[in-house]
Design a protein around this ligand. Sequence first.
Ligand code: PAF
Length: 284
Amino acid sequence: MKPAVVAEIEPLRAAIADARRKGQTIGLVPTMGALHDGHRSLIEAARRQNDYVVVSIFVNPTQFGPNEDLKRYPRPLERDLGLCGEAGVDLVFHPQPETIYPPDYRTFVEVTGLQDVLCGASRPGHFRGVATVVLKLFHLVQPDRAYFGQKDAQQVRIVQRMVMDLNVPVEVCVCPTVRETDGLALSSRNAYLEAGERRLATVLYRTLIEAKRSIEGGERIAAAIRERMSERIGAVAGAVVDYVAVVDAETLCEATAIEPGRPILLALAVKFGGTRLIDNLLIP
Ligand code: PAF
């Protein structure tokens, strides 16, 4: 069964108020559509833990840079609604850009420091757009829990920090990255890859796993890990490194040493042709 779909704020609020009147808990899965099994796993987690599940489908213009893929970002709405229906979503919020950002819109959220490193360094303004739209969605839906994928590790850190700093009453739930059988992390942007690029893209996960094994094998010097990861990816013709990072998982600052009790994030952004892919592994 297809879920109910609303585009405007008033019917969204009415549906939420109705669920609250019935004493239901609310889970939100914010998405930009082009849903895949990664999103399905978030929806399933929301379904398990809440009475009423809302999925937002909104390709958020403020998180795209001027030369990024806003226009060509996939928007297969009917297929997305089919997946939402199968996964038992109660309500899909699918607003138009003008509903979220009226012409005189002026307010933005910045999570300073965390937003400027890693992906933020090559995508200035991206996380300002993410934080702003996520906070707006939190205000509109007022969920008990909101679900994000570990695949977007920096986004997760930024949302967690924003929720903490601004005392937003929502539990941020982080679900594991869902991968293809060869390790490639699911992403809506994988659809852009040509067959050859798709084969090369497996280097991301292999590189992360090798780095994790080297840490398990006793490597403690972050620079050495970083260098081996860069070499590994640099050896693949057609892969252009944006960043290779070994950072403190909480502050996202470059790590110098791997220390007990300080979680590390191994993170990568690599371009294959016109497609930029990211992946990461959290080393607890
Ligand atoms: O991860 C995404 O799909 C987006 O960044 C999000 C969280 C829906 C905000 O637009």
